[in-house]
Ligand binder design. Structure first.
Ligand code: GLV
Ligand code: MN
Ligand code: MN
Length: 400
């Protein structure tokens, strides 16, 4: 499975993945998912929001156990963020069949669409729609960098965007969702453990800062006469770093757009996106308001106008304690693994669903902690340990 997925959407220039929602690379991954489902005799379906499901047993029976993750990527992402959870889900099912496990609850494997939000700017679109955390009207307004709307992109990919919307009946059939994911930090590497269990996801969001000035000639315009929006933008990037340090949080300007984007032109517009996350809401609020205050001061000092728009926000997620304890009990007993419980600053579909259904996450050790980069990695024996741990959990939850 891993070898089949590896070439899909991989840039030969960077070695990273460009599997953006509703593109050709995404379609290749989706075809792969459907083939894996059918090869195992699972009932395959796409839901009203374009998420893919594979079922063993009848989900209408209710109290289903679901596992899976996502197959899309950030720009030049790594191979593991997302796909490890989907591949491990199929591999865990194979493992359980090899053990002769008898299922007492329906088992679902899911690939959530557009988890990274690389194309339309909002993360977890598939799970947010399903959970009713994103309205159809909001989804219809999502537009990519080329001006293509989400409904148009779905239609071009052969899906019907008229069906988008909350799917409470589907969620009502699920008794537990467990997402396995490569760790996106070094906690397991430092503690010397292969597998961890998630405790919580930090509150996080994305804010767009539009600095508007005046385009002019880079050679002939006196410095004193300029309204250059690049200057307050640069000050704001530095302010974000300072505010994050003060609050013990993180803040990143990782994407920037410049108009007219000419070497010899003073920009008319600099648009930067702030991604900020913190362990608690108060710290996150302090970072974002501090960055915005600095941006306004510097914009005024340079004669630029500023608009700040919050594009997305996910409050703190505390995973279901009973399910988390059940995972710890199963893993502690079955494999005698020491399984640390850790929080994370990364967003996940499991976080979106946790407000609606009991949800848990397993993390697989990442030896460098690097993620959202082509250098993201996990050792093969740790990935195998992840599959066995997931199989143990599914067996404990869904089998006699
Ligand atoms: C998703 O991976 C995110 O945390 O941005
Ligand atoms: Mn990611
Ligand atoms: Mn992910």
């Amino acid at each position: 499975m891993w070898a089949e997925l590896l070439p899909m959407g991989r840039s030969s220039a960077s070695g990273g993945y460009r599997r953006y929602a509703w593109t050709g690379a995404d379609a290749d991954c989706r075809t792969w998912f459907q083939e894996q489902a059918e090869a195992r005799g699972l009932a395959y379906e796409t839901d009203r929001n374009g998420n893919q499901w594979a079922w063993l047993g009848d989900p209408a029976a209710g109290n289903a156990v679901v596992t899976g993750s996502h197959l899309d990527s950030v720009p030049d992402g790594g191979a593991f963020d997302g796909p490890l959870g989907v591949v491990s889900a199929f591999a865990a099912l194979d493992e359980l069949r090899g053990r002769g496990a008898r299922f007492t609850r329906p088992l679902g494997i899911v690939n959530f669409g557009d988890e990274e939000g690389a194309r339309f700017g909002l993360a977890c679109v598939g799970s947010r729609l399903t959970a009713g955390a994103l309205t159809v009207e909001q989804a219809h307004r999502l537009t990519d960098g080329d001006g293509v709307t989400l409904p148009r992109a779905m239609e071009d990919a052969g899906y019907d965007p008229d069906t988008l919307g909350a799917d409470p009946e589907r969620l009502a059939r699920i008794g537990a969702f467990v997402e396995l994911h490569v760790e996106q930090g070094r906690a397991l590497d430092l503690s010397g453990d292969r597998i961890g269990i998630a405790s919580a996801i930090w509150p996080h969001g994305r804010w767009r800062f539009d600095f508007r000035g005046e385009a002019n000639h880079a050679g002939t315009t006196r410095l004193a006469d300029r309204r250059d929006p690049m200057l307050p933008y640069a000050e704001t990037v530095l302010a974000a770093r300072r505010e994050a340090e003060l609050a013990g949080a993180v803040a990143t300007f990782g994407k920037v757009g410049v108009e007219p984007n000419g070497v010899n032109a003073i920009p008319s517009l600099v648009r930067g996106w702030l991604d900020s996350r913190a362990a608690d809401q108060e710290s996150l609020d302090a970072v974002v308001s501090g960055v915005e205050r600095a941006a306004r001061e510097h914009a005024a000092a340079h004669g630029a106008d500023l608009d700040v728009v919050r594009e997305s926000f996910t409050p703190v997620v505390e995973f279901d304690h009973a399910l988390r304890d059940e995972l710890a009990r199963i893993l502690g007993g079955a494999t005698e693994l020491k399984v640390p419980v850790l929080g994370t600053g990364a967003g996940h579909d499991a976080g979106i669903l946790s407000g609606r259904i009991p949800t848990a996450m397993l993390f697989v050790r990442n030896p460098t902690g690097v993620s959202h980069s082509p250098a993201e990695s996990a050792a093969e024996d740790d990935c195998v340990a992840g599959v066995i741990a997931l199989a143990d959990v599914l067996e404990g939850l869904a089998c006699t």
